[in-house]
Write a protein that binds this ligand. Structure first.
Ligand code: 3HC
Ligand code: NAI
Length: 696
């Protein structure tokens, strides 16, 4: 035995206790120790049953994800599960915390399962681009039936213990020490003469409409392979003998293991955790934050206030006048009503948040005691600097002063105060109480504990916080401008906005860029074009037709008309758009050409990767993974591609560079390759190498 699994006997029961913190992942050493534990129990003359339990916060969180992509080492997990199930001893699993993936598969190989009331179980492999690979797709349906198994496996959700018991996955839910409860269960089973009960010997599940289920899951996954493939694996459990079903599961698992999607999903898993892990903040304590001020209660301010309230913070919101204050309170109430209706909030808490925790005022003096303020007033430097001068006058020393500006220079805003080192950007995304991304934008003069406070606030609000330096648009909006420009150029040259949207939803985006513009409001980009016009380089190609739409008051969804027409739930391309586009092409002397969906995707992605590489090269983003997480959590980038720079690595950095160089032959102003892209290609390195390098 290694120290990964402790062995002890209690009467006729041998206890195998996993000790692989933090979550008892099934590394090779753990698998081997479990095998040896089973051998030892079977060789132990007095032992008639085995209890498997986990130390620490979880039973088992699954296979060790860090081992994926490396040569597999024996004993393999499916063999371990088969060995446990085939044991002549009675095997009981006692589950607490989470039992996920291979962890649940180990439990399904036991003959009886007992769980703590707060335990959660699941087969989340689809979120890693995989399917369960150690019998989960064959054993689960034998306990729950095919329909429930398909739902649990394709959603990858964590199922609470009581529901798992109702579904037949767990035999009993009982509170207590997991080992004590499990021992009592095993001893009672032995006393009652209970027989071994291998799930593999249970009847196969009844069939369901497999093709319809497959099609439905495939559509929902927007191109993600693993959930749909999981349906086929469950189908095998209904149609094949157990051993053949296992072989089918193994084949699909191994095929998926070799896909880019698996690499993309696992990159996302680790990056999501690494993104807020900044070496410079390792020993910096954040400032305490319990009371938050929000300035402006429009779209963003109301969302930010909602998010803060839901995180248990008290909020003082300042608006310009009584009518605006009432509107702000109504917006927040609407957001909280939504949370109540979705079951995220009890009526009592809803009322307490709106009653005691929220104060909406018109006087800045009410901010005297807040620990942190987030300004979300109009995107106008004069308005913002006036607000910051007020904040400087009323806020207590040490309060963090943050702005939610999308584009403006935060250093300039900070300079309006006597305490620029306490000023930071906290850039939320709309709707702010829903979207997970938070860009923590750090001007040069900001002190580290203010940065740490931004990250701590993000964590408390359940956000994925990403550090960004100051530049026009920070990480996300600056990249968006680049890929959006590539899309606009394709429209001028011959593609339709609708072809572009379709090609990009095929790529896996939730929406194409033109549908996104309609949702955000075309007036936002219009205002930005006007802002940038005076400093624009004459070589830049900017279409005029979107301005014409805006001049006609067509701002997208909110006016019912934009790139698309919105009428009582129906969405159709707006025919006026192509009339305007064709007129502009004629005016510019452009002979339109066709763009295949593949070319659309490659150009769009090349623009995204190129700008992202510039952002990393300039140090605006610390690491490529920071950019990847911004796009994933703020811009609907498909998780199964991992992020734009992971996608670039999977294509080959040199391939993406070659695309850019090809496009540069038509327009060498827009398509200037990022120096970092050239450097990586020349050195035969990839973006992920920079994620692994120590931060400076
Ligand atoms: N393998 C390796 N490391 C793991 C892991 C796993 N399965 N699960 C979690 N970890 C690591 C995390 O990377 C993190 O490491 P860090 O501290 O160095 O950043 C640490 O454990 C703690 O994880 P979290 O920060 O995520 O802690 P939480 O409490 O928020 O969440 C969790 C715990 C719910 C277990 C979450 O980590 C999780 O969802 N893990 C993945 C579970 C999973 O997908 N299991 C299936 C694996 S695939 C499989 O089993 C294949 C089989 O069918 C053959
Ligand atoms: P909005 O127009 O919906 O709301 C602005 C609010 O600020 C209004 O309610 C207004 O009454 C109030 N206000 C103006 N001056 C004020 C003052 N001096 N004191 C107190 N309140 C004042 O604008 P929105 O969309 O909420 O944007 C706010 C900020 O957030 C802008 O800087 C914007 O760039 C940024 N942002 C917007 C996003 C979006 O999708 N709308 C996304 C991310 C950031």
């Amino acid at each position: 035995m290694t120290d990964m699994v402790a062995y002890e006997t209690h009467g006729a029961v041998a206890v195998l206790r996993l000790q692989n913190p933090p979550v008892n992942a099934l590394s090779q050493a753990v698998r081997q120790a479990l095998m040896q534990g089973m051998d030892r129990a079977e060789a132990d003359p007095g032992v008639r049953a085995v209890l498997i339990v986990g130390d620490g916060r979880a039973f088992i969180a699954g296979a060790d994800i860090k081992e994926f992509g490396k040569p597999p080492r024996e004993p393999h997990l499916p063999d371990l599960c088969d060995r446990i199930e085939a044991s002549p001893l009675l095997v009981v699993a006692s589950m607490h915390g989470v039992s996920l993936g291979g962890g649940l598969e180990v439990a399904l190989s036991a003959h009886y399962r007992i769980a703590q009331p707060e335990a959660r179980i699941g087969l989340p492999e689809v979120h890693l681009g995989l399917i369960p690979g150690a019998g989960g797709t064959q054993r689960l349906p034998r306990l729950t039936g095919a329909k429930a198994a398909v739902e649990v496996i394709t959603s990858g959700r964590h199922v609470p213990a009581d529901e798992a018991a109702r579904l037949g996955i767990i035999d009993r839910v009982e509170a207590g020490d997991p080992q004590a409860v499990g021992l009592a269960c095993a001893q009672a089973l032995l006393a009652s003469g209970a027989a071994r009960r291998p799930v593999s010997e249970m009847p196969a599940p009844a069939p369901i409409d497999w093709d319809a289920t497959y099609a439905k899951v495939l559509k929902k996954g927007r191109g993600q392979l693993s959930p749909a493939q999981a349906v086929r694996a469950v189908q095998a459990s209904a149609e094949l003998p157990f051993a053949d079903g296992l072989a089918a599961e193994r084949r699909i698992f191994q095929e998926l293991m070799a896909t880019d999607q698996r690499q993309g999903m696992i990159h996302a898993f680790f990056s999501e955790r690494a993104v807020s892990n900044l070496s410079e903040l390792a020993s910096v304590a954040p400032r305490a934050v319990e009371a938050v001020g929000v300035i402006g209660g429009g779209t963003m301010g109301a969302g930010i206030a909602t998010s803060a309230l839901l995180a248990g913070l008290s909020v003082v919101l300042v608006e310009r006048g009584q009518t605006a204050a009432e509107a702000a309170r109504a917006r927040i109430a609407g957001n909280l009503d939504g949370a109540l209706n979705r079951g995220k909030l009890t009526q009592e808490r809803h009322d307490a948040l709106l009653g005691q925790a929220l104060e909406v005022v018109t006087d800045y003096a009410a901010l005297a005691d807040v620990d942190l303020v987030i300004e979300a007033v109009f995107e106008d430097m004069a308005v913002k600097t006036a607000v910051f001068a007020e904040l400087d006058a009323v806020c207590k020393p040490g309060a963090v002063l943050a702005t939610n500006t999308s584009y403006l220079d935060i250093g300039e805003i900070a300079a309006q105060t006597s305490r620029p080192s306490d000023v930071i950007g906290l850039h939320f995304f709309s709707p702010a109480h829903v979207m997970k991304l938070l860009e923590v934008v750090v001007p040069d003069q900001t002190v580290p504990d203010v940065v740490a406070t931004g990250f701590a606030l993000g964590k408390r609000m359940g956000k994925v916080a990403v550090r960004s330096g100051v530049c026009d648009g920070f990480i996300g909006n600056r990249i968006m401008r680049a890929y959006r420009t590539a899309a606009d150029h394709m429209v001028l040259d011959g593609a339709t906005p609708f072809e572009i949207d379709a090609a990009l939803t095929d790529f896996g985006f939730a929406m194409g860029p033109f549908a996104v513009s309609d949702l955000a409001g075309l007036d936002i980009a219009w205002a930005m074009r006007k802002r940038l016009a005076p400093t624009r380089d004459p070589r830049e190609r900017v279409g005029r037709y979107p301005d014409t739409l805006c001049e006609a008051g067509e701002f997208g969804r909110k006016t019912g008309k934009g790139f698309y027409l919105y009428d009582a739930g129906s969405v159709e391309p707006n025919p006026e758009v192509m009339e305007l586009v064709m007129a502009e092409r004629a005016e510019r002397g452009i002979t339109p050409r066709g763009f295949s969906p593949e070319e659309i995707q490659r150009r769009y992605m090349a623009a995204m990767v190129n700008e992202a590489a510039k952002i990393v090269g300039e140090g605006i983003a610390r690491r490529p993974l920071d950019v990847d997480m911004v796009l994933l959590f703020g811009y609907g980038f498909p998780r199964y591609h991992g992020g734009p720079l992971k996608w670039a690595d999977l294509q080959g950095v040199d391939t993406v560079l070659a695309d850019i160089e090809t496009y540069a032959r038509e327009d060498d102003f827009f398509w200037q390759p990022a120096p970092l892209l050239r450097q990586l290609a020349a050195e035969g390195r990839c973006f992920d190498d920079l994620n692994k390098a120590p931060q400076t």
